[in-house]
Design a protein around this ligand. Sequence first.
Ligand code: UDP
Length: 457
Amino acid sequence: MAEQHNTKITPHVLLFPFPSQSHMNPIIQFGKRLVSKGVKITLVTTYFVSKSILSSSTTTIDIEKISDGFDESGYTSADSYESYLKTFHEVGSKSLGDMIKKLQSEGTIIDAIIYDSLFTWALDVALEFGIKGGSFFTQACSVNNIYYHVHKGLISVPLRSSISVPGLPLLEYWETPSFVHSHGDPAWSKILFNQFNNIVKARWVLTNTFYKLEEEVIEWMKKMWPVKVIGPTLPSMYLDKRLEDDKDYGINLLETDHNVCMNWLNDKPKGSVVYVAFGSFAQLQHEQMEELAWGLMNSNANFLWVVRADEEERLSKGFKENMKTEKGLIVSWCKQLDVLSHESIGCFVTHCGFNSTLETISLGVPVVCMPQWTDQLTNAKWLEDIWSVGVRVKADEKGIMRRDNIMSCIKEIIEGERGKMARMNGSKWKDLAKDAVGVGGSSDKDIDEFISELARG
Ligand code: UDP
């Protein structure tokens, strides 16, 4: 219910992320910023995800549940992503509508629904109920702009030559997202290219980046849509420290080996550890795992490597047996922000997912990029060439990044001149990220404007 505090009405916003850890984190963080500025927030998620929450510190955010058609076991029980996304659209639209009806019948006012840009259908549902909608993009503006040009038919896929897109430098075809230059999963391509289907009806286009990071393309997008740039959405205690209780992303769907990681890192010299993680989706082939394992071992650096439980079988037993535990630690999941901000970390070997990208930029950690698919290839280009905070490992003709290349990139960043430059640039971006969300910063102002537009209608 829109609550009355003295004479002030509390605006109420529903947040509807794609139900996965890396899509939920940024929207929930945006929600926490809104709460700190007096907005009431309700998180909408699926029955399955709500059952899978292992721990939650988001006490100021209510949760409402809807059905994606897979209430018992989530998307893993669907035949394919295509059938999951199709069912979610059909069942989810109705379930979201029913939930809104229920809230409204209880007298709850909903001022806006902020939905994941992948769920364009949520805007149609919101508008049916006379509620304003805001599309929330969790990927970089450069990536969104490439997808927009595909959507408009201005880039034909699969792309086979370099391209020039407004607001972006000239890109080789292999630097565009994988769905643009190779035949990826058709269901994902469709959903990504179609994020712009009904964007003209959105009251806001929110994006998790910050102005200085993507200035030119943001300016270009602002000419077309009511863009609000609200990131980076790291918990406040890693940035401006204005929200004292905001120390982690809030909702955890995976078990962490936190104490094991921290105790191990505490024993390591400053800047000596290579942190290796590939996010929540990427599936490395066995051959790539093997090359990475020996690249790490041969670099002779200390390393902390996240190998998710669903990937472990692809790591050879021989490697684990040979690994000296004082040199290397393998865990199934960690608190990445705590690891990245530990002073023992010297570089981040990353798949370049956009959350990991923003986290490393915001914490000033230099990177060795090993992108696998989707937007990671484009983020890697930016990390190396535009933001100059690291290097990309070259792949061979089979697409595999070999151990010698991995090893020399790690050495270049930990010990070499390239590392010194990357650390210098990293510390500049770290300050700019903090400024963006601090009082009067570009993202802080856009969040304030969003709130005043909520009130104005
Ligand atoms: N992450 C984490 N612990 C890990 C590995 C990753 O907490 O061991 C978090 C990381 O901080 C980031 C998210 O998982 O917020 C991964 O998102 P990203 O966009 O980088 O990759 P995706 O999972 O979408 O491929």
